[in-house]
Design a protein around this ligand. Structure first.
Ligand code: NAP
Length: 264
């Protein structure tokens, strides 16, 4: 366990999957939580669970790709808690298909949410962290941000971008003693992967008879040395370490949690 008592953490995309596990973990470590999500009801439900555990929290219904939403989230956090110690840029979305079939919307959506959202939240939160000379930013990228994958081209581009932005922010914010790292999950069974599995089923006759979960398991076994998927809690474990004092000398890194699927 890491001691985050007295700290305040914002987690975006907190209402589902990996973000939900990160939020619960940081709360159990002692941080007060701002759970931000475009699905305001999911974020509010999570905060009610956190409060039932006797912890502090606030929900914020925002679209991370809209600057005024992000500014409202940061203002609400400062008014309620007076400081921000941790930002986890986790909100994400994807699109599917060959690049030659991508519409402009297919291209723009992952770039807007995954990359612009990370930029907007980091910009707004870093300004609050800098005067205090402390802060931790963790960006949830992907192994698709390390190695290009067919059928998820715009998503890959956005996640490569997140790693580049992570390195830039680490250099620019280092003098303010703010660390910035990326975590790259491999294969985690969440609504995002379920949507991808449905697309594979519809587009590949060999997968038509499989359940979405079987499509996912087959992929994991084919590409992962450890032959098992990752859990949201596996990702939360690394995030909890990176935001702790134990990780104070780690910045600008992009670390895979992927059972060895990508080794770079
Ligand atoms: P998920 O279950 O779909 O959760 C994503 C959350 O982000 C959802 O609550 C979603 O709300 C929210 N969101 C989407 N667009 C948003 C926006 N514009 N503003 C605010 N919130 C928004 O997906 P997940 O698998 O947990 O993914 C979490 C992160 O991990 C993402 O960045 C993803 O790219 C990354 N990742 C996942 C995997 C994996 O295997 N699952 C692998 C590598 C990386 P709605 O549901 O209402 O859209």
């Amino acid at each position: 366990m890491y001691n985050l008592n007295g700290q305040v953490a914002i987690v975006t995309g907190a209402g589902s999957g990996i973000g939900r596990a990160i939020t619960i973990r940081l709360s159990l470590e002692g941080a007060a939580i701002v759970a931000a999500d475009v699905d305001g009801m999911a974020a509010e439900k999570l905060i009610r669970e956190i409060k039932d555990l006797g912890r502090r929290g606030l929900s914020s219904e925002i679209d991370v790709s809209i600057a005024k939403d992000v500014e409202r989230m940061v203002k609400g956090t400062m008014e309620n808690f007076g400081q921000i110690d941790i930002l986890v840029n986790n909100a994400g979305t994807g699109s599917t298909g060959l690049i030659i079939d991508h519409s402009e919307e297919d291209w723009e959506k992952p770039l807007q949410v995954n990359l612009k959202g990370t930029f907007l939240c980091s910009r707004a939160v870093a300004k609050e962290m800098m005067p205090r000379k402390r802060g931790r930013i963790v960006n949830i990228s992907s192994i698709a941000g390390k190695s290009g994958e067919e059928f998820i081209g715009a998503y890959c581009a956005s996640k490569f971008g997140v790693i580049g932005l992570t390195q830039v922010l680490a250099k620019e914010l280092g003098r303010h003693l703010i660390t910035v790292n990326a975590v790259c999950p491999g294969y985690v069974w969440t609504p995002m992967w379920e949507n991808l599995a449905l697309w594979f089923k519809e587009n590949f006759p060999s997968m038509a008879e499989l359940s979405p979960r079987e499509v996912f398991e087959r992929r994991v076994k084919a590409v992962t040395p450890l032959r098992r998927p990752q859990t949201p809690e596996d990702i939360a474990n690394l995030v909890a370490f990176l935001v702790s004092d134990e990780a104070r000398n780690i910045t600008g890194q992009a670390i895979n949690v992927d059972g060895g699927a990508v080794m770079q």
